[in-house]
Design a protein around this ligand. Structure first.
Ligand code: FES
Length: 54
């Protein structure tokens, strides 16, 4: 399932980016060499990052 429709980033992609060190919403996009645009995915990706910390 897509988390970011603009850049076609899936839940699995987010998990992979976090595993590789992404600690911010923008890091997840940068991991896939994308630039975030609309920002609609920011909250969901940020929540996932926060959940992974604990
Ligand atoms: S949904 Fe992620 S930047 Fe638009």
């Amino acid at each position: 399932m897509y988390v970011c429709n603009c850049n076609a980033i899936t839940e699995r992609d987010v998990a992979a980016a976090i595993k590789d060190g992404a600690s911010h919403w923008r890091d997840v996009h940068a991991h896939f060499k994308n630039t975030p645009c609309c920002g609609m995915c920011e909250n969901e990706i940020t929540e996932t990052i926060e959940n992974e910390k604990f």
